[in-house]
Design a binder for this molecule. Structure first.
Ligand code: UGA
Length: 453
């Protein structure tokens, strides 16, 4: 049993605190937000994450997990302090480190014994060294400490599973002994542990997220080309994925990536490169392609409705940036809804759990109680989030409720042939489009040097 303090009770902090408590450690979770700590003490979770409430309750009851707003209470006696505060994006794409700075300063001011400070927040390369300097400057007396970077790789919606079953644990430090102690904490997880230097560990996080985002933008670019040439991107991705050098994951074409991580991290990495005089061309292309996805979705629906969206009723199936979360951060639904509204459409939506969050961001969008009410009188429906419950809808009932059976499937959850059979005017992403005139009837393949036979 080790004594751990986790600073920050957002996604990463709360899951880290609950996870380490569940592994048998004594964990104090600290947040400066009094309302949030009061809520957590009542057993009420500030975020939706499957299994989290149960895990928190179990560990609070067992006396292994507690919540506080007081550094004076949480720092003395701790052997490890995990920093898991937010690193929001500043207007210009830079990472805003003010919460990391405040946390480091408060830890320094309250430490009374040697400490290992572990950073879990996604921070620009070089932050670990900077945190060490802040701590040194704000200590009341010189007490030894080490800084270790331990980037988080969990996904929203399966965060607890990811915490307990990591593919790897990455630790970076200039102090191998400290890194070794943090490695010990992770031993029960039986994952490969990579110990490296601080900057390399920080970079591994950005490079991993940027690579995954690149895979998504890559398959979206292929989807665009598939539409023009009459190929099916879903099958293309399947055919590619069997090659172990490529792999099948993160090759779902659709509306692009959203959420609190990929958009922010790719921009931040590009910004770091530019600040150092490098030209991150690929990262810019990844972001451009991603932004285009949202414009493309609005454009497609406008095309299907004859070009003019004025007064047309468009229903959005799903609002969250991905299924199993109520998180609306950087959700494609936001740009898509705004794009539709700008073109004069009336927009309504249904999401199993994100509607409360969405209402605040999209007050002009009418929230509906279920998919069938959403379809009632609609000119078009758009699948925005691939919730499982949408895969099992009674599509005949949906079709009959609509004013026009137009369905844009932004996540490719339906089968184009079946949708056509049901009488829908259906478009997927990179599939389910009519073959363009230019490539029909034995025309020479585009990109070849042949003339029409
Ligand atoms: C992502 C990473 O997957 C985690 O490993 C990482 O720890 C986390 O960011 C972070 O840095 O904190 P998350 O943002 O929760 O996790 O979501 P993902 O499941 O990775 O999905 C991100 C976005 O990509 C979603 O909008 C999803 O719809 C989209 N996506 C994903 C696709 O469009 N196609 C795919 O094939 C996969």
């Amino acid at each position: 049993m080790k004594r751990i303090t986790v600073v920050g009770t957002g996604y990463v902090g709360l899951v880290t605190a609950a996870g380490f408590a569940d592994l048998g450690n004594r964990v104090v979770a600290l947040d400066i937000d009094e309302a949030k700590i009061a809520q957590l003490r009542r057993g009420d979770m500030p975020i939706y994450e499957p299994g989290l409430a149960e895990m928190v309750e179990r560990n609070v009851k067992a006396g292994r997990l507690s919540f506080t707003t007081s550094y004076a209470e949480a720092i003395p006696g701790a052997e490890f302090v995990f920093i898991a505060v937010g690193t929001p994006q500043a207007v210009n794409g830079e990472a805003d480190l003010r919460y990391v700075e405040a946390a480091a300063r408060s830890v320094a001011e309250h430490m009374t014994a040697p400490l290992i400070i572990v950073n879990k927040s996604t921070v620009p390369v070089g932050t670990g060294d900077w945190v060490a300097e802040i701590v040194r400057r704000h200590q009341k007396e010189p007490i030894p400490f080490s800084v270790v970077s331990c980037p988080e790789f969990l996904r929203e919606g399966s965060a607890l599973y990811d915490f307990m079953n990591p593919h790897r644990v990455v630790l970076g430090s200039l102090d191998p002994e400290a890194a070794e102690k943090v490695a010990q904490l992770h031993l029960p997880l039986r994952a490969p542990i990579l110990i490296t230097d601080l900057r390399t560990a920080e970079m591994i996080k950005y490079a991993s997220n940027a690579f995954l985002a690149t895979k998504i933008s890559f398959i979206n670019e292929i989807a665009n080309i598939c539409e023009a040439l009459g190929a099916d991107v879903k099958e293309v991705a399947r055919g590619m994925g069997y090659d172990p050098r490529i792999g099948p994951l993160f090759l779902e074409a659709g509306l692009g990536f959203g959420g609190s991580c990929f958009p922010k991290d790719v921009q931040a990495l590009a910004r770091m490169a530019e600040d150092m005089g490098r030209h991150p061309q690929l990262l810019h292309a990844v972001l451009d392609i991603n932004a285009d996805r949202r414009r493309m979705a609005v454009e497609r629906v406008a095309e299907l409705l004859g070009g003019d969206l004025t007064g047309k009723v468009v229903g959005l199936l799903g609002l969250a940036f991905k299924p199993n979360t109520d998180d609306m951060r950087e959700a494609p639904s936001i740009d898509i809804a705004r794009g539709l509204l700008e073109r004069g459409a009336r927009v309504r939506a249904y999401d199993p759990i994100a509607m409360d969050n969405a209402r605040r961001i999209l007050p002009e969008v009418e929230m509906m109680p279920d998919p069938y009410t959403l379809a009632q009188g609609a000119d078009a429906l758009m699948v925005i989030t691939e919730w499982n419950e949408f895969k099992q809808l009674d599509l005949e009932r949906i079709r009959d409720a609509m004013r026009q059976p137009v369905l844009f499937d932004g996540r490719n959850i339906y089968d184009p042939a079946r949708m056509a059979e049901l009488g829908f005017v259906y478009r997927g992403v990179g599939r389910g489009h009519p073959l363009p005139e230019a490539v029909r009837n034995g025309a020479p393949p585009p990109g070849s040097n042949m003339a029409h036979p």
